[in-house]
Design a protein around this ligand. Sequence first.
Ligand SMILES: NC(=O)c1ccc[n+]([C@@H]2O[C@H](COP(=O)([O-])OP(=O)(O)OC[C@H]3O[C@@H](n4cnc5c(N)ncnc54)[C@H](O)[C@@H]3O)[C@@H](O)[C@H]2O)c1
Length: 429
Amino acid sequence: MNIAIIGAGYVGLVTGACFAELGVKVVCVDNDTDKIKALNKLKIPIYEPGLEDLIKRNFRQGRISFTSDIDRAVARSQVIFIAIGTPPKDNGEADLTGIEKVATAIARSMTDYRLIVEKSTVPVETGSWVKHTIEINKKKKVSFDVASNPEFLREGRAIHDFMHPDRIVLGVESKKAEQLLRELYGRIDGPILMTDIKSAELIKHASNSFLALKISYINAVAKVCELAGADIEQVAEGMGMDKRVGRAFLDAGIGFGGFCLPKDLDAFITISRKLGYDFGLLKEVKKINEFQKEDFIRRVESRLWNIKDKTIGVLGLAFKPDTDDMRFAPSIDIIQILQRHGAVIKAYDPKAASRAKKIFKGVKFCRNAYEAAKNSHCLIVLTEWQEFKELDFKKIKRLLKHPLIFDGRNMFSPEAMEGLGFKYVSVGR
Ligand SMILES: NC(=O)c1ccc[n+]([C@@H]2O[C@H](COP(=O)([O-])OP(=O)(O)OC[C@H]3O[C@@H](n4cnc5c(N)ncnc54)[C@H](O)[C@@H]3O)[C@@H](O)[C@H]2O)c1
């Protein structure tokens, strides 16, 4: 089968590379011509474990190609996935102008039956708009179907998640669409849930908002733990042992970020409001997430007294470990607020530094954690990279001006840190 994937980002490249690996002929399309040029030279624009090898192998074997020419890609592909970004507008709504452009371009290039699949995260009813857009823009009298196939991969584990998903959600409205998608996804070992298109669209927003809710819930419980003198790690463990609750997403910290949870939460609040429901619960989830960052900064300030001219070493910038993705990372707000208060920031991230350099002004980027610690008044941990677990904390202590660590990700045991002579501040314990 020949397929096209429009949008060669985190989702598009992973989807393309994985389908190619499974024997499908894939063409990835992007309107960023520099990105396409780089991909054709096998320069992979993002860091995702395992992706580079997968793309290189399948490119050499002729199963994956890259182009900016959407017409050609549509002409040779029976199934076309849309995986472009759906960024938030100022009012929280998802910006769907790109989706409309792509749907229009597909419509104009269709010469025969095509199945157009929304893989981007889109508000419920987008499928109907895509269908309408194609209908009014198609040049030939050809039939087509629209389907919804939301993506649930996690950056940092994207290939594993794509190949071994908890579920594959396929929102369809014709037998032909179902058959084509079953043929494609039959190659993957995961349960398929067939739904209507609107339900598939809603599953994605409802799932991500629920995950955000879990994080904010545990963060609120962490605050109560702090006030009561309890330990959030023990509380989360006890809660998580109940299968109805589950341990995942019960890690207290400075809150969620990334390209999915914050914008999908906003979009879901907005969609619900437009449909006539005020989703107050989700507004609170958002409020708690903001509070986590403010509270963390307050704690840093309360220990350092005056922030002005103090040097703060930062460990971790990416919104989570094993990715270079900086989009909506909590580190952005935290560092920028500390800078506004006069702090001097020295930061280290194993993979996200080059993206972070485009965001921050006046931050000194370090080659490793020790350089970030050297002569700093304290160290703050903002991303839980595994390599931080293996640091030589005796050396860190010697390098810091004061043995003070604020751990926004609860990476270390308070006893071990205090045993090493640190003043160690974490979340909810
Ligand atoms: N990143 C994730 O972990 C993740 C997981 C699940 C779902 N999603 C959703 O998938 C979608 C894509 O996310 P992403 O992280 O891959 O985004 P991304 O920004 O990494 O990639 C999007 C790509 O689309 C390209 N693009 C934009 N407009 C285009 C157009 N008109 N024509 C051709 N190409 C165009 C961009 O140049 C970019 O390369 C979003 O809706 C997102 O919410 C993302």
